[in-house]
Design a protein around this ligand. Structure first.
Ligand SMILES: [Zn+2]
Ligand SMILES: [Zn+2]
Length: 209
């Protein structure tokens, strides 16, 4: 009995996180156009489409753990007892850190399996093709539910914003990714493209070629 409660609570907590991942990304980050720290930090991430550690990550990690501890654990406890409450919060935290890891890895290294191949195509179409689609990162479930799922044959990537793992030393797309990604525009970034990238990222528009 306890095993069923624990497994159910863990899955429920994880699903709860994936819903939050979608809602926060779509409404608290993109719809707010840079108002508030969460939206600003995220749209800043869209400007360069890179990933590097920042102290604001610690705030997010602490904040999400706190939500699990002060919201989901007590709520689950009231609904179905202490084991359910605690495991619900653990499933939530697991889902969050799984998402954090997958998002970071997508930006920093190439895919190692079919799931990671999917995560990258899904997320980089969000970055470079249509920032108002594909709000889920670790899972596409809620994009399908809410009609924001898009799956292009090939993801367009501006050369100046190309992911480090996507191209070789000469800046050409690696053979293994040529079916899924197309490089567009010039590799040269100047003041004009920098200003445009910033303005368009903060308006949730795709970067120009
Ligand atoms: Zn990203
Ligand atoms: Zn985004």
């Amino acid at each position: 009995m306890t095993a069923i409660i624990v497994v159910t609570a863990f899955i429920a907590g994880w699903v709860l996180w994936t819903f939050a991942e979608y809602v926060l990304h779509r409404f608290a980050m993109h719809e707010l156009d840079g108002k508030g720290i969460m939206s600003r930090e995220h749209l800043e991430h869209h400007v360069h489409s890179g990933w590097s550690f920042d102290v604001t990550h610690l705030m997010s990690w602490a904040g999400m753990l706190l939500v699990g501890a002060v919201a989901w654990a007590p709520l689950g406890w009231v609904i179905a007892g202490p084991a359910f409450g605690v495991t619900l919060a653990i499933g939530w935290a697991f889902g969050y850190f799984f998402y954090e890891y997958q998002h970071m890895a997508a930006h920093l290294r190439g895919p190692r399996n079919r799931y990671e191949t999917f995560v990258r195509k899904h997320h980089f179409h969000h970055h470079f093709g249509h920032p108002k689609s594909n709000h889920g990162v670790s899972i596409a479930l809620w994009d399908r539910v809410f009609g924001t799922f898009e799956r292009p044959d090939s993801v367009r990537v501006p050369r100046r914003l190309a992911l480090p793992w996507l191209v070789d030393e000469s800046g050409k797309i690696k053979d293994e990714f040529s079916a899924d990604y197309t490089l567009v525009g010039s590799a040269r970034a100047d003041e004009r493209t920098a200003a445009l990238d910033r303005a368009r990222a903060f308006a949730s528009l795709a970067p120009v070629d």
